[in-house]
Design a protein. Structure first.
Length: 238
C-alpha cells in the first residue's frame, strides 16, 4: 500500500512523465523544468502507476508503448482512483483508432511523435490554466428532474446512480448545460473545450458525447441531440 503524499503547488505544476525513451525523456524533462515545472520521470507503466499513488500530480504525460504496463492500461488504472488529473498521451501511432482508444481509456489529449516542444508546452499550459481556474471557482451545480450535476466536484447524479466524471467530461457537460436548448456548433465546442477544431479533436468530441449520452440515459428530462455534421444540443424537457 502506497501512502499518497500531498505536494503543495503554489506556482509550479507537478508533472508525472512516463517515457521509456531516456533521450526523449531527458529533453522533455529538461525543457519543462526550465519553464518552471516540477517533473517526476519513470520509464515504465508499472512504476508510473505506483508513482501516481505516491505523490499528487497536476498532469500525467504517458507514452503509449511502455514496458511492464502500456500507457493505456496505466491511464485506466489512474482513472479508477482519480477522474480529475489530466492525462496527455505521447504516441508514435498515427492511426485514428489508436487515438480514439486513448480517449476511451481515460485520456484527455494526445500528441504524436515527433512533435515540437512548443506544441507540448502549449497543451500543458492549457491544462494547467484550466486546473487553476477550477480550483478557485465557485461551486456550480445544475438540477433538472431527477438529474443533479456539480461541475466543481465532477459529480453527476441521476436518481440513485452517481457517476464521477473526468474533467473534460464535466467541462463538456457544463458547456452544453450553459447553452441548453440551443444548438452548439462542433467547431465552437472544440475551440472552447479542446482549444482546436482539427479532425482528430472532432473524433474525440464524438467519443465524449457518446459517453455523456450513456451517462444521461436514466435522466427523464435531459438528453443530448445530434444535428449531424453541425453540432449538438442539450435539451431539457419541461
Amino acid at each position: 500500500m502506497y501512502l499518497r503524499l500531498f505536494c503543495k503547488m503554489k506556482y509550479k505544476a507537478h508533472i508525472l512523465l512516463v517515457e521509456d525513451d531516456e533521450s526523449l525523456a531527458f529533453v522533455i524533462r529538461d525543457n519543462l523544468e526550465k519553464e518552471g515545472y516540477i517533473v517526476t520521470h519513470v520509464s515504465n507503466g508499472d512504476d508510473g502507476h505506483k508513482c501516481f499513488d505516491t505523490v499528487i500530480h497536476d498532469l500525467c504525460i504517458l507514452d503509449v508503448m511502455l514496458p511492464k504496463m502500456d500507457g493505456f492500461t496505466c491511464a485506466e488504472n489512474i482513472r479508477k482512483k482519480d477522474q480529475n488529473t489530466p492525462i496527455l498521451f505521447l504516441t508514435a501511432k498515427s492511426l485514428t483508432a489508436d487515438k480514439i482508444e486513448g480517449f476511451r481509456r481515460g485520456g484527455d489529449d494526445y500528441i504524436t511523435k515527433p512533435f515540437d516542444f512548443q506544441e507540448l508546452l502549449y497543451r500543458i499550459k492549457v491544462f494547467h490554466k484550466r486546473s487553476l481556474g477550477n480550483s478557485h471557482s465557485v461551486q456550480e451545480s445544475f438540477e433538472h428532474g431527477n438529474l443533479n450535476f456539480n461541475h466543481t466536484n465532477l459529480r453527476l447524479q441521476i436518481g440513485d446512480k452517481e457517476t464521477t466524471l473526468t474533467q473534460k467530461e464535466a467541462d463538456l457537460l457544463q458547456y452544453l448545460i450553459k447553452n441548453k436548448n440551443v444548438l452548439q456548433k462542433r467547431e465552437d465546442i472544440l475551440r472552447t473545450i479542446w482549444g482546436d477544431d482539427d479532425y482528430f479533436m472532432g473524433r474525440s468530441l464524438d467519443v465524449f458525447i457518446s459517453r455523456l449520452r450513456k451517462y444521461l440515459t436514466p435522466a427523464k428530462t435531459v438528453r443530448i441531440i445530434n444535428n449531424h455534421g453541425v453540432g449538438f444540443k442539450l435539451v431539457t424537457d419541461t
